[in-house]
Write a protein that binds this ligand. Structure first.
Ligand SMILES: NC(=O)c1ccc[n+]([C@@H]2O[C@H](COP(=O)([O-])OP(=O)(O)OC[C@H]3O[C@@H](n4cnc5c(N)ncnc54)[C@H](OP(=O)(O)O)[C@@H]3O)[C@@H](O)[C@H]2O)c1
Length: 302
């Protein structure tokens, strides 16, 4: 089968298409004929070597956290049968024609392959962020990166819970942020004043951008309580929690919850661009701009 791998850290040119052996599912695993793979900032951060001190890889490494496709082989006790349409987290990288998975859920008919491939990583992070911040009715929540994959989901989910959301973004993201039910505010110098002009009170801050807004966030919040980042390592010096995941957090229940929200229109997936598998390097470069305007995916099978 074809797969994309890198054998050394570096720019997107280290990504190479290779012919590799089909992975064989073990107990509890399925092999998925991948239709669409999700592209995440994690993929290019890992490839660049910037995370080499934190995440140990054996090279060559096959990227790709998320997949959507059809089960084509199932190990003993697997959560789905051959022919089932599923999505979930890949245990062998999803930048490939086939990948193994054990945490999966059924793809709702109402959703496209791209829709479901976009849900797991950003959706779980958004749900986790709102839960850790205990966001609910009446809260004023500031979301950094509100037009991004994670921030966009978090904004929609927080609005649905009755929160008032102020979302940061670039000028071109204002309409997207507004359509999620939030008030858009441009990021960058003067952020504190612009947010205060919208609301003198900020009850919680979710940083889903990781672009240096934590000091302003502490000022707006009046302290570090209920300030959380998913992406900014400056958090460690500022005494702010950085959430990168929780044991058992990537569960089939979370996938089912996200699929149900999306299939019933309560969570809208915003797609940016999709690339063929062979153009994974372009897809990662697009994601690495930090301004993709929605979810980037790989169409693995046409
Ligand atoms: N900890 C976790 O569990 C976890 C899980 C998933 C992702 N993440 C991390 O969360 C971050 C976002 O992921 P994603 O998939 O949502 O990425 P994404 O879709 O590429 O979104 C990035 C967002 O960052 C915003 N942004 C760019 N420059 C900015 C700046 N200078 N100030 C404020 N915002 C800025 C963009 O806004 P504009 O487009 O409006 O410029 C965009 O909304 C990444 O760092 C990713 O690695 C963490």
């Amino acid at each position: 089968m074809r797969a994309i791998e890198f054998a050394e850290y570096g720019g997107s040119d280290v990504l190479r298409g290779r012919d590799v052996d089909l992975p064989e599912p073990g107990p509890g695993q399925v092999r998925v004929a991948v239709r669409v793979a999700g592209v995440n900032p994690f993929d290019w951060k890992l490839r660049s070597g910037a995370m080499a001190g934190v995440v140990r890889l054996s090279l060559p490494h096959r990227p790709g956290l998320e997949l959507a496709g059809v089960v084509d082989a199932a190990g003993a006790g697997a959560p789905a049968a051959v022919g089932d349409e599923v999505f979930g987290w890949a245990e062998t990288g999803s930048y490939a024609e086939y990948a193994l998975a054990s945490v999966i859920a059924a793809k709702p008919r109402a959703l496209t392959w791209r829709d479901v491939a976009a849900l797991p990583t950003a959706g779980e992070a958004a749900l986790r962020g709102l839960r850790l911040l205990d966001v609910g009715e009446g809260d004023v929540l500031l979301v950094h990166g509100a037009a991004g994959a994670v921030g966009g989901f978090a904004t929609q989910l927080a609005v649905a819970r009755g929160a008032t959301v102020i979302g940061t973004g670039g000028d071109r993201s204002a309409d997207t942020i507004r359509s999620s039910g939030a008030t858009p505010v441009r990021y960058g110098d003067g952020l504190v004043e612009r947010v205060r002009a919208v609301s003198p009170r900020v009850d919680a801050v979710l940083d889903a951008a990781g672009r240096g807004a934590l000091p302003d966030s502490v000022e707006l919040r009046g302290g570090t309580d209920r300030v959380l980042t998913l992406a900014d390592t400056a958090a460690f010096d500022l005494g702010i929690p950085f959430s990168s995941g929780e044991p058992g957090g990537q569960s089939a229940d979370v996938l089912t919850e996200l699929a149900d929200l999306a299939a019933t229109g309560r969570l809208v997936v915003r797609h940016a661009r999709s690339y063929p598998l062979a153009e994974a390097a372009r897809a990662q470069d697009d994601s690495a701009t930090g301004h993709s305007g929605g979810k980037i995916t790989l169409d693995v099978r046409g």
